[in-house]
Ligand binder design. Structure first.
Ligand code: NAP
Length: 281
C-alpha cells in the first residue's frame, strides 16, 4: 500500500511552528500584518479569503481585509496598493484572483511591492527564483517541496515530471525541483506521448486541471505522485487530476484530494508573511 502524504497533518505541524515564531516576534514587540484585498464577491474567492483569515488568527498574524465592490475602477485598486506599499505596518499584501474582467491582473500584480508580494507572483520574485536568489516563492509549489521533504521523499538525482506550465504552479515547481537537484521534465497540452514521459517519472507532479485524468497507465511502479488539481466530480465530491483509486495501488506515495497539496498553500502564505516581516522591519 502506498504511503499517504498527509497535507492536513504536515500543514498543522508547520502552522504550529509558525505560531511559535510569531509568539517570539511578539515578545520582541513585533506584530506581523497581512492585508487581503478582494474585489467583487466570487463565492470561491470568499471561501479562500475566509480560510486565509482563519489561518492568520490561528498563527497570530494580524489580518486586515478590503472587500471592494465588483465595479471598483482599476485606478482605485492601484491607489490602494500604493497606500499599502507605503504603510510600514503592513508586511504582506495579497490581491485575491481572479479579478473582475475590467481590471488588468498583470498591472495589479506588478504594482504590489516585491517586498510585500507574499503570493510570490511579482516578476521580480519570479526572476529571483529563476536565478537562485532570495525572494518570495509561489505558495503551492513551495508547499509541495515541504510535503516531499517532510515525508522523507528523496528528490536529488531523481527524475521529476511536472504536468502543467502555469506561472503559479508548473513553472515555479520546475525551478524549485531543479534547485533541489532533481532532473526535471515539464509537460503541457502540446506534449507528445504524455503517457510514455510520465512513466519515466520517479516523482510525478500533476497540475493540469483535468479531473481524474491520470490513471495507473501513466505511472511507473513505485513512483511518488503529487496531485495539485481540485475539482468536484459528478457526485459533487472533491477530486484531483489523478484517479486516486486507480493509481494508489501502483505508486509508493501519493497525496489525497482533499487533504494533500491544498492545506499547504495557505500554510506557505503564512510563512511568507512572517518572512516578509523578518526581512524588512
Ligand atoms: P492552468 O493555468 O489551467 O494550467 C494547466 C496546465 O496544464 C497548462 O500548462 C496546460 O498546458 C496543461 N494541460 C492541460 N491539459 C493538458 C493535457 N491534456 N496534457 C498535458 N498538459 C495539459 O492551471 P493551474 O493554475 O496550474 O492549476 C492546475 C490545477 O491545480 C487546477 O485544477 C487548479 O484548480 C489546481 N490548483 C490547486 C491549488 C491548491 O492549492 N491545491 C493551487 C493552484 C491550483 P498549456 O500550457 O499548453 O495550456
Amino acid at each position: 500500500m502506498a504511503q499517504i502524504i498527509d497535507g492536513k497533518v504536515i500543514s498543522q505541524i508547520i502552522k504550529n511552528e509558525l505560531r511559535l515564531q510569531v509568539q517570539d516576534l511578539q515578545s520582541k514587540g513585533k506584530k506581523c500584518t497581512l492585508v487581503v484585498i478582494q474585489v467583487g464577491n466570487d463565492p470561491a474567492s470568499s471561501v479562500y479569503v475566509a480560510n486565509k483569515k482563519k489561518a492568520c488568527e490561528y498563527i497570530g498574524i494580524s489580518s486586515r481585509s478590503y472587500e471592494l465592490p465588483e465595479e471598483t475602477p482599476e485606478q482605485q485598486l492601484l491607489e490602494l496598493i500604493d497606500e499599502l506599499n507605503n504603510d510600514a505596518g503592513v508586511h504582506g499584501i495579497l490581491c485575491q484572483l481572479p479579478l473582475p474582467k475590467h481590471i488588468n491582473e498583470k498591472r495589479v500584480i506588478n504594482r504590489i511591492s516585491p517586498q510585500k508580494d507574499v503570493d510570490g507572483f511579482h516578476p521580480q520574485n519570479v526572476g529571483a527564483l529563476m536565478i537562485g536568489e532570495q525572494g518570495f516563492v509561489s505558495c503551492t509549489p513551495a508547499g509541495i517541496i515541504e510535503l516531499l521533504k517532510r515525508s522523507d521523499v528523496e528528490i536529488e538525482g531523481r527524475h521529476c515530471v511536472i504536468i502543467g506550465r502555469s506561472n503559479i504552479v508548473g513553472k515555479p515547481m520546475a525551478m524549485l525541483m531543479l534547485r533541489e537537484n532533481a532532473t526535471v521534465t515539464v509537460c503541457h497540452s502540446k506534449t507528445k506521448d504524455l503517457q510514455n514521459i510520465c512513466r519515466q517519472a520517479d516523482i510525478l507532479i500533476v497540475a493540469m486541471g483535468k479531473p481524474k485524468y491520470i490513471t495507473r497507465d501513466y505511472i511507473k511502479e513505485g513512483a511518488v505522485v503529487i496531485d495539485v488539481g481540485i475539482h468536484r466530480d459528478a457526485s459533487n465530491k472533491l477530486c484531483g487530476d489523478v484517479d486516486y483509486k486507480d493509481v494508489e495501488p501502483v505508486c509508493s506515495a501519493i497525496t489525497p484530494v482533499p487533504g494533500g497539496v491544498g492545506p499547504m498553500t495557505i500554510c506557505m502564505l503564512m510563512k511568507n508573511c512572517i518572512d516578509a516581516m523578518k526581512d524588512y522591519s
